[in-house]
Design a protein around this ligand. Structure first.
Ligand code: SF4
Length: 356
């Protein structure tokens, strides 16, 4: 814990640093502008906050300018066809943000007369505005002493206090600690200063502690354990599964079948195959699951495919029988018309590659 005197001193050193080193961004009202009476525009700040989620400020800047040119205010955006907004958003990713942008603009116009609500609480009720955005807009535009916590802020605070709880469980604890620092007098500048500190000084891998205004107050820096925070679970190794597929050919035709609708790769096409198991089955066990007993040839190489939750190794067997017996008879030269997942395309490529 920090004493109230330490907290006041830390706020001030951060604000001083921000005055000197803080970023200049197209939508940002810097402390000197604010002192000169310039006010942040809620529509512009809202656009920037939504665009900057999962996007760099550099990429977001171009879109921010484009949107303001096409739709200079929230009423223009609300009145625009949604398809136009989606087209303008193309390339920025996470398209739910664009859909919510339009929804939010409509709500602001229909329920708030085209003026963004001026409290964190009400902002939170708008489509696409979450805890972080509501706090940021209320702090920056309306000087509400909010507690703005994004991933950058979480990293800084977890290092200052060496928060030992693992993420994401540590989030509420970090939020409380961050809240003690939030500046009641300069909430907007303070929030932007802290986010800048996280983005450009307290970096995930190489924090530049020598440039940090909080260097002397930082517990992780004191023990040289900066990169250990925030604490995260060690990545566990991806489990492995094993199976086999049977590449059955008759001249230029191969045997395909369709996977059941439910489950992984549901409804996609596949080569006939075995179950996928956690323990490797021996050759006899695999061949017992072949569509017919026969003269199976096992390929030397296996297919390796990485799914999100496991890695699969498939043994490939080949054989030849009359196409009359095939479940689905697919022309090898026309496989593009079948919904074959890349796993199966890898297996087919392996089975059809010319011998070395
Ligand atoms: S001293 Fe280093 S680790 Fe601590 S807050 Fe500053 S940049 Fe981050």
């Amino acid at each position: 814990m920090k004493s109230s005197q330490q907290i006041i001193a830390m706020r001030q050193s951060l604000l001083d640093w921000y005055q000197r080193e803080g970023r200049t961004l197209p939508w940002r009202i810097r402390p000197e502008d604010r002192a000169a009476g310039v006010m942040a525009h809620p529509y512009e700040i809202w656009l920037s906050e939504i665009m900057c989620q999962q996007t760099t400020t550099t990429a977001a800047s171009a879109y921010w300018h484009k949107f303001l040119k096409a739709w200079p205010n929230v009423a223009d955006l609300a009145a625009a066809p949604r398809d136009d907004i989606m087209t303008a958003w193309a390339g920025l990713g996470y398209y739910a943000r664009a859909r919510n942008l339009h929804k939010c603009a409509k709500v602001v116009c229909e329920q708030y007369g085209g003026v963004f609500p001026d409290s964190e609480e009400e902002l939170l009720t708008l489509p696409g505005i979450g805890l972080y955005s509501a706090a940021a807009i209320a702090g920056i535009c309306y000087n509400e002493p909010t507690n703005v916590v994004d991933g950058n802020v979480e990293r800084v605070i977890s290092r200052i206090f060496c928060v030992e709880t693992q993420m994401p469980k540590a989030k509420p604890e970090i939020r409380i600690l961050a809240g003690e620092f939030a500046d009641p007098q300069h909430p907007g500048d303070y929030a932007q200063a802290l986010m800048d500190l996280g983005a450009h000084v307290c970096k995930p891998k190489n924090p530049k502690c020598g440039d940090c205004p909080w260097e002397l107050e930082c517990t992780a820096h004191k023990f040289d354990t900066m990169v250990d925070y925030p604490k995260r679970k060690l990545k566990t190794e991806r489990p492995v599964r094993y199976g086999a597929v049977f590449f059955i050919k008759d001249a230029g035709q191969i045997w395909l079948r369709q996977r059941p609708d439910k489950g992984l790769l549901g409804g996609m096409m596949e080569l006939p195959g075995t179950e996928w198991t956690e323990v490797k089955t021996d050759i006899d066990g695999l061949l017992a699951q072949a569509p017919f007993p026969g003269n199976w040839l096992q390929l030397d190489s296996e297919v390796k495919h990485v799914f999100t939750h496991f890695t699969l190794f498939l043994t490939v067997f080949t054989a030849q029988i009359s196409a009359e017996r095939f479940d689905i008879c697919a022309n090898l030269n026309m496989l593009d018309i079948y919904a074959l997942p890349s796993l199966m395309r890898k297996a087919i490529a392996l089975a059809t590659q010319p011998p070395h």
